[in-house]
Design a protein around this ligand. Sequence first.
Ligand code: FMN
Ligand code: COI
Length: 387
Amino acid sequence: MSAPADFQNEIYLNGLGDALPGLPTDLTRLEALAEGRLSAQAFGYVAGAAGSEATARANREAFDRWRIVPRMLRDVAERDLSVEVLGTPMPAPVLLAPIGVQSILHPDGELATARAAAGTGLPVILSTASSYAMEEVAAAGGDGPRWYQLYWPKDRDLAVSLLDRARAAGYTALVVTLDTFTLAWRPRDLDQAYLPFLRGVGVANYFSDPVFQKAVGGPVTDENRSAALLHWVANFGNPSLTWADLAFLREHWDGPIALKGIQHPDDARRAVDAGMDGVIVSNHGGRQVDGAVASLDALPAVADAVGNRIAVLFDSGVRTGADAAKALALGARAVLVGRPYAYGLALGGEAGVRHVLRCLQAELELTMALAGLTRPAELDLDCLVRG
Ligand SMILES: Cc1cc2nc3c(=O)[nH]c(=O)nc-3n(C[C@H](O)[C@H](O)[C@H](O)COP(=O)(O)O)c2cc1C
Ligand SMILES: CC(C)CC(=O)C(=O)O
């Protein structure tokens, strides 16, 4: 694996090399290409968002309201984008956001994603709703860094079992998604009456779990499949959870924990008070509360509230290296990228995901260097103006 900026030279000198020939390097173009490759239902599920999709659009527009102010003559010959977040060293401040049901995009789903991520050294955050069991994905990812994302089920024994399995399979940090205890009003999926889970996609971690199996009377077979799906529906999320419940997670997970879906500074402060190690400023890519604040607009106040006490991560709308640089300048330690790698997966499997990650990493490094910056820690509000 060559250094990120060398990827640019490799493309000019040799074409796209081991990345997928013909895949654009402007990642904003992937969505339209993926639409041509996927069923209308799968595309609608991935590209879609809540309600009128105003928040999904706002996520993108927010980046345009900030502009980078490049600085000159600062010796940027030596660059190092590596950071450590929640105990995990990574070559650049970029992680793969948890995306469930990836086999609707490509038959190899999360296995291909884990292989591609391991090749770059960027951490993958595996969804509880993955199409392959977490142990299989861990095996595919080998030595690559991996975190586990929990959808906190109603059944506490099932939650503990998922955490125990994740720890045993080498997932080192826990991401607890708070904003999706139930799916939002998503017109594209409603209009097509489409939910991957009801077709048995995204339930692998549940169906393979001993606590889940006990609850449905044994391993899931054709005979009890419908009952198992109903049990999944009844258990998936828990709207009754409160801040007090976080003590339970602390008790059952001894590694770092980050809360995903934080948008208000008071919630970020509560995360610190609850002994959490990080927050992820996110509106789930606009998929949950239509009309919610753009994620980038929520970031500065959260970063301010938290200071250096715990890690602040960011997602929702990152499509370019410049987007990542802006989020870092506004207070994020690292960004998560979502849909772009999902489209890479749809268009080229493992090579498609690798292409997206290498492009994003290279573009971030070049953007920073040309702006006079050699390290992520140098990105701060001084680097930006309101556009
Ligand atoms: C198809 C799809 C599935 C997702 N599944 C999950 C999931 O299982 N768990 C989770 O925490 N977030 C999930 N997300 C949200 C992402 O982790 C992330 O917050 C979002 O995609 C970021 O926005 P972006 O797509 O604009 O980069 C999903 C997003 C998409 C598009
Ligand atoms: C509800 C999940 C299982 C998947 C998800 O997070 C999403 O579709 O946004």
